[in-house]
Design a protein around this ligand. Sequence first.
Ligand code: NDP
Length: 398
Amino acid sequence: MKILCVLYDDPTDGMPNSYALDSLPKIEKYADGMSLPTPNDIDFTPGELLGCVSGELGLRKFLEEAGHTLVVTSNKDGDNSEADKELVDADVVISQPFWPYYLTREKMQKAKNLKIAITAGIGSDHVDLQAAMDHNIDVVEVTFCNSISVSEHIVMMILSMVRDYHTQHAIAKSGGWNIADAVKRSYDVEGMHIGTVAAGRIGLAALRRMKPFEVNLHYFDRHRLSAEVEKELNLTFHETVESMVAVCDVVTINCPLHPETENLFDAQMISKMKKGAYIINTARGKICNREAIAEALESGQLSGYAGDVWFPQPAPNDHIWRTMPNHGMTPHTSGTSLSAQARYAAGTREILECFFDKKPIRSEYLIVQGGELAGTGAHSYSKGSATSGSEEASKYKK
Ligand code: NDP
């Protein structure tokens, strides 16, 4: 079989010869008891770069020894991309949300052999899920592999935005010492109201991690958490997003992107937020309206916006979120720490082993199967597509 793997570019100065840490801490289980990926074997060293082209998700030896062909490229956008050329006769496509290969209906129509699209990570909105259902292409992702990684990033961003770390760090780096400049937008999070849109694996982990800061925790989700968890975290549940954002100083967004959540934070929703609130969005860029966010930062309706997700990706060089005031954006990195890479590379291998051996793939990993939303997909997504507009990614220039 032919496996097409679309990964982000190598480091500009080549693959590292050594790493900051010699090994990764051992994680026994995820918080809900789910086991970490269980491939029969791995051919990589956990803690090394695996998500870039030369890292190959550690898959080449395994695939070639089994007689398969592996093609790895980062060239994915614009007309006649390498990925588009290779997709035509590929059986399997692997892509990562950080450097998403937007698998649109048009591309699927040309990919006559394509049977499965694997997301090496979480969040399969870069695949037109409705078209995948219509073309009987299965879609799977490595559920939970980087949920904790993202929740750590959220805590970092809440603290850094509210305390205004970025300004202070810039002053220190530039040789300055004006304390008043450094603190004129700096607050404590203690006592604030913090709310999450969605309390799934990431949302709940973010709430748990914020609890020791002695804040008031809120959430909105389509399904309510157990009374036990609500009590443990002293949570306030809201029936609507609007009710929650009206009282929160910080809103963190943790739902998948699907037609129900696309453009959820538009000008109208932002106008219902408490004045001067912060948004932390590590879910997907398209959940927030690009212009409305920038305008709210300009007017002061929002005090800050941070996250690591953009639309499309890579973000065009002139994307307004690169230059708007009081933002704390990173490129899409929260779920691709070296720790997370080891888990999603192993999870991708587990999925491939099941696929080749015709064994069932864990239901937690399923998004679309047999033409329908399935497993986690049936729980967390809705039918339809949220991939339109991704062509703009070709405007990014290195
Ligand atoms: P989960 O499936 O565990 O959680 C998703 C939650 O979103 C579920 O609780 C689901 O609710 C809820 N949800 C779905 N639709 C809505 C809606 N319309 N309104 C409110 N809540 C909704 O996934 P994770 O927590 O692991 O990941 C969530 C998302 O975060 C991913 O889909 C991905 O987009 C993003 N992500 C980003 C990463 C990054 O690197 N920045 C890495 C990993 C994930 P219910 O099931 O109750 O319907």
